[in-house]
Design a protein around this ligand. Structure first.
Ligand SMILES: *[C@@H]1O[C@H](CO)[C@@H](O)[C@H](O)[C@H]1NC(C)=O
Ligand SMILES: *[C@@H]1O[C@H](CO)[C@@H](O)[C@H](O)[C@H]1NC(C)=O
Ligand SMILES: *[C@@H]1O[C@H](CO)[C@@H](O)[C@H](O)[C@H]1NC(C)=O
Ligand SMILES: *[C@@H]1O[C@H](CO)[C@@H](O)[C@H](O)[C@H]1NC(C)=O
Ligand SMILES: *[C@@H]1O[C@H](CO)[C@@H](O)[C@H](O)[C@H]1NC(C)=O
Length: 363
């Protein structure tokens, strides 16, 4: 009797488990969220980020004031404020070199295997240009998809150029990528003399970056260089919308397009401090504008950061630009192949004319 009851309990629990797993399976359209496995956390060393120093802030520039109310940010974007950066795949000693180092930091989504593959065949590979050592690093987080993340782990082990944090990839979590990257570079890569920050769907010209550092940057040695946006109004609908309750102001502070900018390593400590103290804004390029404002760092506008794409799109234009947004892998390979044998455009055509169609905030 007892035996029978026990077996019916067993059958019942099997059925229940089956139903539950079926339900979970139906609930997730694709597959359950993928937790990074423990073996990806070999260094559980207490990295002991200090307790959060974050508080509300009111920042001023010459024309406007901007209040960031931490209670609102914590209510609407709790993870952005409280997440403690934990690298599941970290890079130690990555920046040790005898040459002055230029780090090319590329935000990439785990799913973009083809893009990273093409970048490693073109501009995102370690090389020496003039006296500089140029090194790429891919900044990634967890996509929550097992098949992708297992491939990413293999890719990271064979290329050694990926940092993978354990937060979930999402549009708003790109601000976490910004914040964790600042933390990483502060602790692991203080050697970086210059940092270029870009995306994986771009053409980046490392030769033009070195030339820019040698000739155009010196008059503005402690600024952030890029495609400047001066006080644009916040969008209230669409992908880049920010609710009025979070940000009631009519303007953003100045910031550079997240599609590509350049800064000297000396600025990292003050930016990292700002990133640990002010509320984290849910759009990464605007967040960087707030960081700069808080750290009392100004921007320098440079049109050769073509974060919105090129209009005429002639090969000779790619010789002088630092970055061009929105290229297909095929086009990237083609340009890279012909670049060494291409001369600059004639002076009259040299200043790039941007494609102004996409004059919204481009990430
Ligand atoms: C990590 O460091 C913090 C602060 O230093 C300390 O309070 C905590 O106990 C440490 N945790 C472990 C697991 O050692
Ligand atoms: C600030 O306001 C003044 C006068 O309204 C204007 O001339 C100037 O361009 C503004 N500066 C910025 C950075 O917007
Ligand atoms: C910040 O936001 C909270 C929650 O909405 C509100 O109660 C508080 O008054 C705000 N503080 C300021 C200084 O506006
Ligand atoms: C951002 O990452 C955190 C930490 O992994 C996660 O809890 C949160 O859901 C993510 N946000 C979004 C919008 O995916
Ligand atoms: C900000 O920097 C400027 C120089 O760039 C300096 O004159 C000013 O005193 C600084 N302000 C603060 C609050 O540190």
């Amino acid at each position: 009797m007892i035996r029978r009851r026990r077996s019916s309990i067993v059958i019942l629990s099997i059925l229940l488990t089956f139903t539950l797993s079926l339900l979970t399976w139906i609930e997730w359209e694709e597959e359950p969220l993928y937790e990074l496995p423990d073996f990806l956390h070999p260094f559980q060393a207490n990295q002991s980020s200090p307790p959060s120093l974050r508080s509300s802030a009111t920042l001023y520039d010459s024309n406007f004031s901007f209040s960031l109310n931490l209670s609102e940010y914590s209510m609407q974007y709790p993870a952005l404020q409280s997440y403690r950066c934990r690298a599941a795949i970290d890079l130690f000693g990555y920046c040790w070199t005898n040459d002055p180092l230029i780090l090319l930091a590329v935000k990439s989504h785990p799913a973009s295997f083809t893009r990273r593959d093409v970048l490693r065949q073109t501009w995102a590979r370690e090389k020496k240009i003039m006296e500089y050592r140029v090194k790429p690093v891919f900044l990634m987080a967890n996509s929550g998809k097992r098949h992708q993340m297992e491939r990413v782990v293999k890719e990271a082990f064979s290329n050694g150029d990926i940092i993978l944090w354990d937060f979930l990839e999402s549009h708003h979590n790109l601000s976490l990528k910004e914040r964790c990257f600042l933390e990483w570079i502060y602790h692991r890569c203080p050697e970086a003399k210059y940092i270029f920050k870009g995306d994986d769907d771009e053409f980046v010209n490392p030769y033009a970056i070195v030339s820019y550092i040698q000739h155009s940057l010196p008059p503005h040695p402690l600024e952030i260089h890029g495609q400047l946006q001066i006080h644009p109004p916040p969008e209230r609908s669409g992908k880049y919308a920010v609710p009025f309750s979070l940000y009631p102001h009519g303007h953003y502070p100045p910031f550079v397009s997240g599609g590509g900018f350049l800064l000297p390593g000396e600025l990292i400590p003050s930016l990292y401090l700002a990133a640990s103290t002010i509320p984290v804004f849910p759009l990464d390029d605007v967040f960087f504008g707030f960081l700069a404002l808080s750290a009392n760092i100004t921007f320098h506008h440079e049109p050769r950061f073509c974060s919105f794409g090129l209009k005429a799109n002639r090969l000779c234009q790619y010789v002088d630009v630092l970055v061009v947004h929105g290229l297909t892998p095929k086009k990237m390979l083609e340009i890279w192949k012909y670049l060494p044998n291409t001369a600059s455009c004639p002076p009259s055509e040299r200043t790039p004319t941007e494609d102004t169609k996409r004059k919204t905030l481009v990430k």
